[in-house]
Design a protein around this ligand. Structure first.
Ligand SMILES: [Zn+2]
Length: 252
């Protein structure tokens, strides 16, 4: 009996170790509603994972976490390493332990690549963290200038985004696939951020073609959702269906 219990505990620990949760700070609907200031620092976020995506306070550019380094993609297209005291209003991170890897045989533009990847994932009702190191063509990334109060809703300011194009580049895609039922908390489907090999350029991906690359995937079956306790989150209108706003904002 004792032996069985010990084995059970060991199995639970093994499962926990091989399947870390997705840590989520705030909700996509709060961001869409104009909640651009969070209380979570990059130092605190770094204790929750080494891989992921998000944005920074005042909606200042894009957040990319890769190998434990938190990068800040600015509206001018450049990327710097974020300071530990910078804060985020929305982030998704995990401890990246890929369990599957594949390489597409043909080059694929993004919508087709998403479908190709869907066909390789076993359970589309789970979350997936995805890392792709490779060569890309016609990459378009965006980042948004920091906003000033009073903040406007995201759909009304996304037209001011700065877009940067890279004809051919080597780099890393940092992606999250969220199931349809997570609408409101995350972006259903794929959400990609891109970082060039030299870590000097990148942002939120609007379009690209994957020429060749190594796709590594981690299946995530647990989420750790932290909701901000500040007034901005309390006052964000999260009662309406913002599906069409997500499509506009995410460039889908
Ligand atoms: Zn993004």
């Amino acid at each position: 009996m004792l032996v069985a219990l010990v084995i059970l505990i060991a199995e639970c620990q093994a499962t926990a170790q091989t399947n870390p949760p997705l840590y989520i700070y705030s909700t996509i609907d709060a961001l869409l509603a104009g909640t651009y200031d969070g209380d979570l620092t990059i130092r605190e976020l770094g204790a929750k994972g080494n891989f992921g995506i998000g944005t920074y306070n005042r909606l200042d550019g894009e957040l990319l976490a890769l190998d434990g380094v938190f990068y800040h993609a600015l509206a001018n297209g450049s990327v710097v390493v974020a300071g530990p005291q910078e804060k985020t209003p929305l982030a998704y991170v995990t401890w990246f332990h890929p369990t599957q890897s594949f390489s597409p045989e043909n080059s694929l533009p993004l919508p087709e690549f998403d479908k190709w990847l869907d066909a390789h994932l076993k359970n589309l009702n789970l979350f997936y963290a995805i890392r792709i190191d490779g060569t890309f063509r016609d990459v378009s990334v965006r980042a948004i200038e920091p906003q000033s109060k009073p903040y406007k809703e995201l759909a009304s300011i996304v037209k001011t985004q700065s877009i940067h194009d890279y004809p051919t580049t080597r780099g890393t895609l940092i992606g999250l696939r969220s199931p349809a039922f997570s609408n409101g908390i995350s972006v259903p489907g794929y959400h990609w951020h891109y970082l060039t090999d030299d870590h000097l350029h990148g942002g939120h991906v609007l379009k690209l073609i994957l020429i060749k690359g190594n796709v590594r995937v981690e299946t995530i079956s647990a989420i750790d959702l932290q909701l901000p306790k500040n007034d901005a989150f309390a006052n964000a209108d999260q009662t309406k269906d913002r599906t069409s706003e997500i499509k506009l904002v995410e460039g889908k």
